[in-house]
Design a protein around this ligand. Sequence first.
Ligand code: NAD
Length: 248
Amino acid sequence: MGPAWGEKRIAVVTGAGRGIGLSTAEALAEAGATVAVLDRDEEAGRSAAGKIGAGARFFSVDMAEPADIERCVAEVVAEFGTVDILVNNVGVLSTTTISDLTEDEWNRVIGINLTSAVFASKCVIPHMKKAGWGRIVTISSMAGRMGGLTTGVAYSVSKAALLGLTMNLARNLASENITVNAVAPGPTRTELFDGFTHEQVRRLEDSIPLKRLGKPRNVADTVVFLASDAAEFITGATVDVNGGSFIG
Ligand SMILES: NC(=O)c1ccc[n+]([C@@H]2O[C@H](COP(=O)([O-])OP(=O)(O)OC[C@H]3O[C@@H](n4cnc5c(N)ncnc54)[C@H](O)[C@@H]3O)[C@@H](O)[C@H]2O)c1
């Protein structure tokens, strides 16, 4: 495959300090984009930007605060001139079931997983409209497609709602040449699984038709494709990256 874009693209990846976000930021940079690494963890964010190279820069932000997102996107635009690609990746896992759910836990998970993507999108859209080109790719989850195996209620709801956001924005922004798509990963090998025993991981892998956990790069490569010129006619779609764990 040739370069992903005919011209230089500026990409913002939220929660890019580690895991799927870091892998996505690396893959976008390898494909030729200049990447803004957004994270609340300064140490992880700075080291990620250094590792990525290619002009990548770290921007500190609390994605749970819409006002802070607005401030941060303005900083990115001041530094790089615009935003062409937004990857809504930031997210926290929650396993709390409905019986144990508190209002605080609901608001925390919905804030970081869902509200962040709504307001990050709102902040970048004017720049994409001005340029007449844009890509928004949002990381949902298999849990948003089928209710979740072990994930809690707020997590599954937030991830399903991101698919609603994707469909709504895709319809609203198509006339502006902005495409909006989602990626729904199944279990993917990030630090999330560090606490799992060897036996727990083996059982999980055994339940996946392709017999392994996903690699962050499997998700990252899908994001790069959806953000590339090659995906110009795809909008409003959800791409499952789950080894066949959920097919439907
Ligand atoms: N790992 C999986 O198995 C899996 C499966 C399906 C979906 N996902 C989704 O993929 C995305 C990335 O997951 P991951 O496993 O790489 O996560 P991770 O926990 O490894 O990384 C998340 C990053 O987001 C940052 N972050 C968290 N809250 C923040 C906030 N309020 N403001 C700014 N930054 C914040 C963290 O500092 C961290 O660097 C999430 O949306 C997750 O729900 C993951």
